[in-house]
Structure formats: structure tokens, C-alpha cells
Design a protein around this ligand. Structure first.
Ligand SMILES: [Mn+2]
Length: 460
């Protein structure tokens, strides 16, 4: 008998169905199906192939399943009443959604540097790198009404501690809704999160591994509430990506975007508002005047003239954006006559970037001038010891030596990554050549110089 999907035969499927149909009604509802999975009978006597196939089945979510998961509470899943782990996470997420929607119902927030002596800290991409967030919070103090933070998107994906970062930020918001503002980046987006971490995603896998599908859906719900931009003291515009293809763009027009309908619009949408939405989160500045197509496939490249016009039409001094690692391994970069400032906060990006991270600090007494603090976060496991040293630690000196120490290992890690990418593209584009590699190396890993030699021999 032909087996289905390499795992089940029709006969086996009939048997499994009967097993799941506990009340003999000749139909299996979701409650029965779930208890069948959770109490362990589902996997019993299935065999390795069957189990693998079953796992694939569970990983494939249909529309019905999604709406079921959305409406079901913990109890329906057969989770024991004494398990409190993810109930707390869900509680934080639910409360955050309600509280954030209530405090910030519009896509653009109008905020100010707290008067008379407060400050506002703008944090760029942190991409699941908890060490950077902890470094910043420790160094500049926890969020409060007088020490306000603005996280400018891309808190998740790539690094594997996006969950921890968001729960920290959301908890601070719940403690005091004047203490923190959270923007959406192009990675607070279901489609990006579904990608593998090596391809720039990873958040879905991270949440699935830590808490499962139900909690993941709540995180996605939270992403739909996050703001798209802020205006500080009516003078500084902050957004994750940058400016847009829309002519004579006003803040009022951005405020008409249906930003709570989805995490992100379709990237190829031809609807003007959806294009505007994508541009705000995806665009990059360029030194050339005008607007250009972006290599990213989403968003645009905008020149200094676009920035100048947007600022003057909206009576703004300058704009702050994130989304890119600044040049020369720095954490920030000024472009467009200092009117377009990039701030990026993930130091040693992806574990091998070798770059500094930075934050922008605006003080009430100094506005609109700002300070830039650059950092190179110590690895998470070294932090307790550093914190124990207390205020005596010279953060700047520490950053520099951290960066130097990791520079060499980063270089090696980068080379390995490049090598890996080369191999992948060869497998994809030149399978015969790859077969040749495997044959001649007898399954052993080739050294880089052997690899180069072989490519030269193979290239016609
Ligand atoms: Mn980004």
C-alpha cells in the first residue's frame, strides 16, 4: 500500500482517526484532537516515520486551526492548572495590547522630552540581542516618566532573545505608560518572523520553541498595536526606515493609515497607503538627490532633497531612523546635512559584525541638541561580574577593549559565513559541481584553499 507523505498509509490514518474519536461520534472535534495529542496516545505506536509525518501535520496550520487557537483558552488545551509559565506571558501581552491601544490609538505619537530636567533615549535595532538592551538600560537607567525611552523597531529576529526584550519593554510600559514608546520595524512582521534566523528571521521559531503557537499569536497581536512613528517636541521625526514615495507627505496623512489591521501590508501592494506604510519601515537614505528603487525590493531610497522638503513642509528640524548598520563599524551616522540621523543599537551585530551600537539621548535642558552614546555590549554571561564592579567601571574603555577582543574572532566568523553562503549557492545553482566536491573530498570538509583550487579546475 502506498504511504502518504512518507509516513502514513490510509489504513493507519483510519486507525489514528478511530483512536482520536474518543466518543465514537465518527467525527473528531478540536477538543478531542488536542486531548489525543496532549495525553500522548497520538504518538504511541506510530513509528519514527509516522511520528515525523505527524509532526509535519502539526506544523501545518490551516485557517480553521488558527481561528480555533485564537478563541481557545488554556484549559481547552489540556494544560495542567498548575502550569503558570506561559499564562503570565499571555497576560502581559493581552494587557499590553489593551493599554497601548488606549494610550496610543494613532500611528504617529506626539511626545516630548520630559520637562524640566528629564531625557528621552532613542534606541535603534536590537534584533534579539538581549545583552545590548540590558547594557543600555543599566547604563542609562530604567525607563520612567522622566527617563523616557523610544525603541525604534526591529527588536526581534536574527538574535534569539526577542521574547525577553519585548517582555521587558512591555512590562515597563504596563508599569508606567509614560516611560516607553515602542515603534514597529520591518521585523515586527509575521512574514519576516517566519523566515529562518540565517535568512534574517527567527522570531517565530524562537517563540514556538519557548511557548508555542498560542503565545506566538499574542505576540503578533502586540505587533499590530505598535506605533509607526513619533514626533518629539514637534521638531524631530522618528521612524524605523525613513521617507517615502508619497509627495508632500504630512504627519496627518500618516495618521490615516490602518496600522492596526495587520503587522505589515503586502510588500508589493500598489495601494498608496500600503506603499507609504512599507516605505516608512523599509526605506534607506542615499546621497543622490531624488527617489530611487531600493535593492531590498521594498521601500525606496530617498535623497537629501527629499529629507529637506519633508522637514520644511512639516516644520521639523531633522529625522532619526534606524534599519541599517552605519558605516565604519559605528553605531550612528549623520547624512543629508545632518538632517537624517541613523541610530543602530545591536553591537557586534549577529555575533560577528564587529560594530558598535549606539543610542541618542535628548535632554530637556539641551534640546534640540543631543548626545550619542556608543557601546559594545559584553556577552550576557559576563554581565553579572561587570555589574558587580559597580560604578568604578569605565564603560568607554570597556567597550573599546571588548570590541578589540572580539574583532579577530569576528573576522574568522565572517569568513566562515561567507564560505557557507558560497557552498549554499553552489548547491543551488551548480549541483553537478557540488557532487564533484563531495566525491573528491569523500565527505570531508574542504579547506578554503582546496576549495578555491577545485573551483578553478572546474570552471570551464
Ligand atoms: Mn530594519
Amino acid at each position: 500500500m502506498k504511504s502518504l507523505d512518507g509516513g502514513f498509509t490510509p489504513k493507519e490514518i483510519k486507525r489514528l482517526f478511530k483512536e482520536a474519536d474518543t466518543d465514537g461520534s465518527n467525527s473528531v472535534d478540536w477538543r478531542e484532537f488536542l486531548s489525543w495529542i496532549i495525553n500522548g496516545t497520538a504518538m504511541r505506536g506510530m513509528g519514527a516515520k509516522g511520528a515525523a509525518s505527524f509532526e509535519r501535520l502539526l506544523n501545518t496550520e490551516t485557517q480553521d486551526e488558527a481561528s480555533f487557537v485564537e478563541s481557545a483558552g488554556c484549559d481547552e488545551f489540556g494544560v495542567p492548572a498548575d502550569y503558570s509559565g506561559y499564562r503570565h506571558v499571555q497576560l502581559i501581552l493581552d494587557e499590553f495590547v489593551a493599554a497601548y491601544k488606549d494610550r496610543h490609538p494613532k500611528p504617529v505619537i506626539e511626545t516630548e522630552v520630559p520637562q524640566p530636567d528629564g531625557r528621552l533615549v532613542i534606541v535603534g535595532d536590537t534584533h534579539g540581542q538581549l545583552a545590548d538592551v540590558l547594557h543600555i538600560l543599566y547604563h542609562l537607567g530604567p525607563p520612567s516618566a522622566n527617563n523616557r525611552y523610544l525603541f525604534n523597531g526591529d527588536m526581534v529576529d536574527r538574535g534569539n532573545q526577542g521574547v525577553e526584550i519585548l517582555l521587558i519593554l512591555f512590562s515597563f510600559f504596563l508599569a508606567d505608560n509614560e516611560s516607553i514608546i515602542v515603534h514597529r520595524g520591518n521585523h515586527e512582521n509575521e512574514d519576516m518572523n517566519a523566515l529562518h534566523a540565517d535568512n534574517g528571521g527567527g522570531f517565530e521559531d524562537e517563540v514556538m520553541e519557548k511557548y508555542g503557537l498560542q503565545v506566538y499569536r499574542h505576540f503578533i497581536g502586540a505587533f499590530k498595536t505598535l506605533s509607526l512613528a513619533s514626533v518629539i517636541n514637534k521638531e524631530i521625526f522618528v521612524v524605523h526606515g525613513g521617507l517615502t514615495r508619497v509627495k508632500n507627505l504630512t504627519i496627518d496623512y500618516i495618521n490615516t493609515l490602518p496600522f492596526q489591521d495587520y503587522t505589515a501590508p503586502h510588500p508589493l501592494s500598489t495601494n498608496v497607503k500600503e506603499q507609504l506604510f512599507s516605505d516608512l519601515l523599509w526605506s534607506d537614505p542615499t546621497e543622490y538627490e531624488g527617489k530611487y528603487k531600493s535593492d531590498r525590493g521594498v521601500g525606496i531610497k530617498y535623497g537629501p532633497d527629499v529629507t529637506t522638503k519633508f522637514c520644511s513642509q512639516n516644520r521639523l528640524r531633522f529625522l532619526v531612523r534606524s534599519h541599517q548598520v552605519p558605516e565604519d563599524g559605528r553605531g550612528f551616522q549623520k547624512q543629508h546635512n545632518d538632517r537624517c540621523v541613523t541610530v543602530f543599537s545591536a553591537s557586534n551585530y549577529c555575533g560577528d559584525g564587529g560594530n558598535f551600537g549606539a543610542v541618542i539621548v535628548l535632554s530637556a535642558s539641551n534640546f534640540p541638541r543631543y548626545e550619542v552614546f556608543e557601546h559594545f555590549a559584553a556577552p550576557l554571561e559576563e554581565m553579572p561580574a561587570i555589574v558587580a564592579q559597580g560604578d568604578a567601571t569605565d564603560w568607554n574603555q570597556m567597550s573599546t577593549s571588548q570590541q578589540r577582543e572580539s574583532a579577530e574572532s569576528s573576522k574568522i566568523a565572517r569568513q566562515e559565513k561567507t564560505f557557507e553562503r558560497m557552498i549554499i549557492s553552489i548547491i543551488e545553482k551548480k549541483p553537478q559541481l557540488w557532487a564533484f566536491v563531495i566525491r573528491n573530498s569523500l565527505g570531508q570538509k574542504l579547506k578554503a584553499d582546496e576549495f578555491v583550487q577545485m573551483l578553478e579546475e572546474c570552471d570551464p
